[in-house]
Ligand binder design. Structure first.
Ligand code: GDP
Ligand code: MG
Length: 688
């Protein structure tokens, strides 16, 4: 029968070899060593090795309590396929002290086995016993209480002493939180396994005896404030079972253990032990930190307040999880920086940022949401803020780059369209380009605007709009100026002919003619300006200023033409021409050949005096009808400080009295010379 039982054992349950196996070779590990030190460096790797670091709440934890050498380790190995040290039957040597942990075979169950001196029986210090009980209580869902059948009812026995410790410890553990939620949750299951059951006393009797003893102990305990009237069943559920003698009834023992195992692995078993309400709700990845800090509290004899411990654990783990998620996220988004700082506009930046952020958040959510909900919520906000803060420079950088590129293309588009279409309407052209640029910006800006941020594109939109406006204002002023210059050039070209004509063959109405031509051309220029100005969306004020400027400039270019036509040498030529017309040609326009009998003197005098009368006509712009003079205000009358000094009346004088007399005397000399020449010609004709 023993051979059959051994054959049915899975390989991992094979009896351990005499040499103590190392932790890594067997899968078990010493969680707390013989010097009561927590093995923090090996726990995490073991969880990974057991495949438990990613299971969240998908694991269970049970521990065992009981006197030394009551077959605890033997039972655990049989139940869970673990390989805890069993005291050798032949050698009876002590196994290594401490708390051992192992994963159940083909089940997500962590099993803790306590090895230590039985201080109570040996009269030694009960310190370690108390500490390990407290530690087991704070972490395990199920505590297996292992005892011989013959220990049942021995109220003064070692087991009852241990249970008293367990209850005391438990009251201490939960005194803060439990008082408020008594009986609701956080119960622990005590599974009594009565070993070497002979079968004479039925299980019901044994369990009734144990319950009676437990109640007595509970009654005798001094309970903390608020828990004076509590019942033992507010904190514990109880289950009882028996096992036959392993050596004397090996087949029955194995069968009973198989049945007992079913309670640990089959949720449909009516006696299933790992009920959700017993779970301590520590995610598997948080166990290393949690158990270590629990042990630390136990060692320093501090009040062990589990809810506080869980909150601390949540803070620690949520930070760790957030940091891990953030580190990955930071590497993912690193590539953006260079491109954005290089001035690029990244096509898919918005969705990319959202994707990386969502990946980090979901990584965090998956692991951290298992922890204390308030802490998780708080840390989630922190992480989101941190992620957003890391993305914000890309958002702003992209907007800046967009802004720059749209501004440049706006300017270029406007210039191109003006170049390609001579008849452009500046106002509607610029208006259209502005609208297109703004629409493009808003669309692209919205594409990088993530939800769950305090980001806004409002200021950037306003800024771009203002800059486009200022650029188009500058362009408009420039274009208007060019247009005015063109109009002025045309005017200058047009005024030249009538002035030249009028001043070449002057009549009394010289200035009336010239001024009429002037006002006709000015009217035409003004008309042109107003027609164009409409498409530039010029304001009334701008039009008023520009028109005044146009009038002044037109007048000045008219006056320049007059000056050109009345320069000293030009005047001399004109006077000489007019004199010759009168003196050297007869009334029929035929050149005269002087004969000695001709009255040269009279002819000379007449021609000279007639010519001289023309000089005053040129000296001042003086129309017979004064209303022909244009009404152009002087700059001193206006408040425009930029306008060049202009004063119409002072421009009416063309020749000063000094110039008039010098022109007249120069002319007289020339006329005299012509007279002498005429005289000579008669003398020489006589001589012939
Ligand atoms: P532990 O100190 O409680 O872990 O006990 P062990 O599992 O190391 O076993 C101590 C001794 O008890 C060993 O020699 C086992 O062979 C023996 N033993 C194990 N199970 C039983 C049992 O069910 N009945 C009896 N009588 N002895 C057992
Ligand atoms: Mg043992």
């Amino acid at each position: 029968a023993a051979a059959a039982a051994a054959a049915s054992l899975p390989p991992a349950m094979a009896p351990p070899s005499s040499a103590p196996p190392t932790a890594s070779s067997t899968g078990r590990m010493q969680l707390i060593d013989e010097h009561q030190k927590f093995n923090s460096s090996e726990f995490s790797p073991h969880l990974t090795q057991w495949g438990l670091d990613d299971v969240g709440f998908g694991y269970d934890l049970c521990a065992v309590l009981g006197s030394q050498s009551t077959g605890k380790s033997t039972l655990l190995n049989k139940l869970f396929g673990t390989n805890f040290d069993v005291m050798s039957e032949s050698a009876r040597q002590q196994t290594t002290k401490g708390i051992w942990m192992c994963k159940g075979l083909k089940m997500n169950v962590l099993v803790m086995d306590v090895e230590g001196t039985d201080g109570r029986e040996r009269g030694e210090d009960q310190d370690f016993e108390r500490k390990s009980a407290l530690f087991s209580m704070a972490s395990a869902e199920v505590l297996i209480v292992n005892l011989w059948e013959h220990q049942v009812g021995l109220y003064q026995g070692a087991n009852m002493g241990l249970l008293k410790t367990v209850f005391e410890v438990n009251l201490g553990l939960f005194q803060a939180s439990k008082a408020k939620t008594v009986g609701a949750k956080d119960k622990t299951l005590l599974l009594f396994v009565i070993r070497d059951h002979i079968g004479v006393t039925p299980l019901e009797n044994l369990s009734a005896t144990i319950m009676a003893d437990l109640s007595k102990i509970w009654f005798s305990l001094s309970k903390p404030e608020g828990l004076e009237n509590s019942n033992i069943t507010d904190f514990f559920d109880f289950m009882f079972t028996t096992l036959p003698h392993k050596i004397l009834q090996p087949v029955e023992f194995d069968r009973a253990v198989d049945l007992l195992r079913n309670r640990f692995v089959d949720p449909k078993d009516p006696n299933f032990v790992f009920r959700t309400e017993y779970h301590k709700r520590i995610p598997a990845d948080g166990l290393p930190h949690y158990l270590e800090s629990i042990w630390e509290q136990v060692m320093t004899n501090k009040d062990l307040d589990l809810p506080t411990q869980q909150e601390l654990l949540a803070q620690f783990r949520c930070d760790e999880i957030a940091n891990a998620a953030f580190t990955l996220f930071a590497t993912d988004i690193k590539g953006f920086r260079k491109l954005i700082e290089g001035g690029s506009v990244l096509e898919s930046l918005g969705p990319d940022m959202a994707l990386h952020r969502a990946a980090a958040m979901s990584k965090f959510d998956r692991d951290a949401s298992r922890y204390h909900p308030e802490v998780y919520k708080r840390k989630r906000i922190d992480l989101l803020e941190k992620l957003n803060a890391s993305l914000s420079p890309f958002f702003l950088g992209q907007l800046k780059n967009l802004h720059r590129s749209l501004l440049a293309s706006f300017k270029q588009n406007v210039l191109d369209r003006m170049k390609n279409d001579a008849n452009y309407d500046f106002g509607s052209l610029v208006g259209g380009e502005k609208k297109a640029a703004m629409a493009k910006f808003e669309l692209a800006a919205r594409a990088v605007l993530l939800d769950e941020t305090d980001w806004s594109i409002h200021d950037e939109v306003a800024e771009l709009e203002a800059e486009i406006q200022s650029i188009s204002d500058t362009m408009r002023v420039e274009e208007t100026r060019k247009m005015v210059v063109a109009i002025e050039r045309t005017f200058k070209k047009n005024i030249s002919e009538p002035v030249e004509v009028a001043l070449t063959s002057p009549k009394d109405t010289l200035w009336d003619e010239v001024l009429t031509a002037f006002s006709g051309l000015l009217e035409q220029a003004e008309g042109n300006y107003l027609k164009k100005a409409k498409s530039f969306n010029c304001t009334d004020k701008e039009n008023e200023v520009a028109l005044m400027d146009l009038r002044r400039k037109s007048w000045l270019s008219f006056r320049a033409k007059v000056d050109e036509q009345t320069a000293d040498s030009v005047m001399a030529g004109k006077l000489r021409g007019w004199f010759e017309d009168r003196f050297r040609y007869d009334d029929a326009g035929v050149p005269r050949v002087w004969k000695p009998e001709d009255d040269i003197d009279s002819a000379y005098r007449k021609a000279r005096d007639e010519t001289l009368t023309l000089i005053p006509l040129f000296s001042k712009i003086q129309p017979s009808n004064p209303s022909l003079l244009p009404d152009i205000p002087s700059t001193s009358d206006t408040s425009d400080p930029d306008a060049d000094a202009f004063d119409l009346p002072s421009t009416l004088t063309i020749l000063t009295p000094t110039r008039t007399s010098s022109i007249a005397s120069r002319f007289r000399k020339e006329a005299d010379a012509l007279y002498v020449e005429a005289k000579r010609s008669t003398v020489s004709s006589i001589a012939q």
